[in-house]
Design a protein around this ligand. Sequence first.
Ligand code: GRF
Length: 192
Amino acid sequence: MKTQSVALFASGSGSNAVNLIRYFEGHETISISLLVCNKPDAPVVEKAKNLGIEVLIYGNQSFEDGVELTSDLQARNIDWIILAGFLRKLPLSLIRAFEDRIINIHPALLPKFGGKGMYGMFVHRAVIEAKEMQSGITIHLVNEEFDKGRMLEQYSVDLDETDSPETVAMKVQELEHRYFPYIVERTIQQHQ
Ligand code: GRF
């Protein structure tokens, strides 16, 4: 079976990127080949390098038309793109070139709390303001409409009146670390 080569995209602290890199270390058929980042000083850059992952930095301009980025990934025989806290909208050319091969994780139960401006603590604050009794994660394929690609899996966690945006963030992150690598693995293996 041909090894599937994965590019991680991340812009932030990288806890999910690190978790994925560790999970797939030595994996038989899935290899994390590189990290794509749009911020040279993001903590994820150092963390990935320390784990032996090649990092490619692209300026924000590269995400406008995406031609260079798409052809670079194709030249490196990348099969899958995993978004792990990537804060730029992907160019259409990239989405089309990797149709059904881009996976995103969103820190809420879509379709609630998705769309423009809904990332990081903005999501968790909105969840608390709406007095939700549950939050969770949504792992989905990326298509041309933001946060609306085919859902792969959701996991939820109970909230109570004592929760704050910070405690919701912790509960959600725990779900992310527990389930994201497994769903990535399952999705890729189903296509093999
Ligand atoms: C996660 O909450 C993920 O759901 C969202 O961005 C965040 C990234 O966190 N898409 P980290 O950088 O992996 O810690």
